[in-house]
Design a binder for this molecule. Sequence first.
Ligand code: IPE
Ligand code: IPE
Ligand code: MG
Length: 241
Amino acid sequence: MAITNGLDPKQLPKHVGIIMDGNGRWAKKRGLPRVAGHKEGAKTVKMIVRTSGELGIQVLSLYAFSTENWQRPQEEVRYLMGLLTEYLISELDELMAEDVKIKAIGDLNALPGRVLKILENAMEKTAYNKGLTLNLALSYGGRDELIRSTRKIALEIKSTNLTCEEINEALIRAYLDTKDQPDPDLIIRTSGEMRLSNFLLFQGAYAELWFTNTLWPDFTKDEYLKALLEYSKRTRRFGKA
Ligand code: IPE
Ligand code: IPE
Ligand code: MG
C-alpha cells in the first residue's frame, strides 16, 4: 500500500459516493462522440475502485446511471449498458483478486435482461468477498428509491402485523437499497456541477460534499487523494454545538 500521501487511515471516510460527471464534455472538447467520453471514463472507474480498495475504504458508491438518464438518446443508453456489462465481465477476475464485493443500488428491474443477468452473476460471485463494497448506482434515483421503499413498507403493513407507529428512521433505512451500509461520509462530484442530481438523497443528509472542475475521464488518483485529505480535515458536527 504505497499510497498514503499524508492521509491518516483513521480519518478516511467509511463510505465515499462519487457522481462521475463530465464524460460528454470531455469528448466534445476533443471533437469526439459522447460515448468516447464514457469509454475513457471507464478507465477512471477502474483506477478509483483499485485505489479505494487499497486504502481500505469500506464502501464506494459510483453513480453510473440515473433514473433520469433513461431520457438520453437510445444509442447512448445502449452504449452505457454495453460498457457496464463489459466492465463486469472483463474486470471480474481482478475484482475477485482485490476482494471487492459488487452490489447494485437502484431500480434494477428497469435494466435490460442481459445486463441484469451479468450483474447478478458478478454480485453472486463476489458476495463473500471481504474488501471494498462497490455499490454501482444503476437506474438509481434517490426519489425513486424512497418511492420503492415506501411501497414495500406499505405492503408490509397491509400484509403483516407491522403498524404505522413502528415506522421510524431505522425501519426506513432497512428498506433502502443501501440497507446495512453506513451513510456516505463524502460525496465527490466532478465536472464543475454543484448539485446532487438525485444521488443518495436520504443517506447523504450529512455527507461532506467535494466538487472539482475536472471532467471524470481526467480525474486522477492524486486528485482523489486530495479530496480524501481535505475530507479528513473537515469538522463534522451533525447539528451539534
Ligand atoms: C457522466 O457524464 C456519465 C453519465 C451520466 C452516465 P455525462 O454523460 O453526464 O457527461 P456531461 O455531463 O454531458 O459532460
Ligand atoms: C448525474 O449526472 C448522473 C450520473 C453521473 C450517472 P447527469 O449528467 O445525469 O446530471 P445532470 O443532468 O447534470 O444534473
Ligand atoms: Mg452530466
